[in-house]
Ligand binder design. Sequence first.
Ligand code: B12
Length: 208
Amino acid sequence: MYYEEIQNSVANGKKGKTLELVQKSLNGGASGLDIINQGLIPGINIVGDKFESGECFVPDMLLASYVVKDAMKLASKGLTEGPSTKKATIVLGTVKGDLHDIGKNMVEMILDVSGFRVIDLGVDVHEEDFVKAIREYKPNFLGMSSLITTTMVEMQVVIDALKSAGLREDLKVIIGGAAVSEGFAAQIGADAYSRHAALAARQLKQWL
Ligand code: B12
């Protein structure tokens, strides 16, 4: 299903080629989720590994991220629509200081097709904006993303701000992103950690 080719074309920042391969895979009957999980994400991880080992630089990561964003839009057309009545609401955002949003967007996409109403606050979300959104939308869940070790501490800041505002009790908090872990979730008093988007949808359904 061209997964390896998709990985390589993402890693090389080739947008046209990637979109062509995604379309070919969809035409061949591949599911959007498999294309994302077996093609696009491993592809961008190749770039991340090369960045870590000094074989590529920020512009390469940026280029690959543009390719993945467009390809995800195309692949998500292959995802089945969930029920039209939304089960519950989640406020979602990447924490202060962190601009990574591909993973968060993927969580948004999966939760949306799984029947959740998602309020996406975007990236670099400050604690006061999380608090404001929880007040305004009264969601069942809060999801926070962090990919950088220096910004993951912001999750604790948000949880503390929610406690001070008296908004923590009625809310389940789920965290994710490459920087965090189950242990970290327990440490900061979050209710759950999810390694990937599909597991997040499963966890939220369990909480309903
Ligand atoms: C693309 C990328 C970028 C792009 C981001 C573009 C964008 N719009 O997102 C750009 C070029 C902007 C970028 C910048 C930087 N980056 Co960067 N980046 C990456 C890269 C290569 C891929 C990230 C990605 O999109 N992965 C694919 C997605 C799908 O995976 P994911 O985010 O982990 O999400 C999945 C799960 O974690 C989970 N999940 C994610 N969020 C959430 C939320 C919830 C609620 C739940 C339940 C689950 C969940 O579900 C997702 C899907 O299943 C990673 C390497 C890597 N392998 O992670 C480095 C990486 C994250 N970046 C890194 C660094 C250092 C930086 C910079 C500091 C570089 C610099 N010197 O400027 C800056 C920081 C800028 C900032 N302030 O944020 C480091 C972080 C190291 C660390 N330990 O802190 C990494 C790990 C690279 C490396 N190996 O060193 N980066």
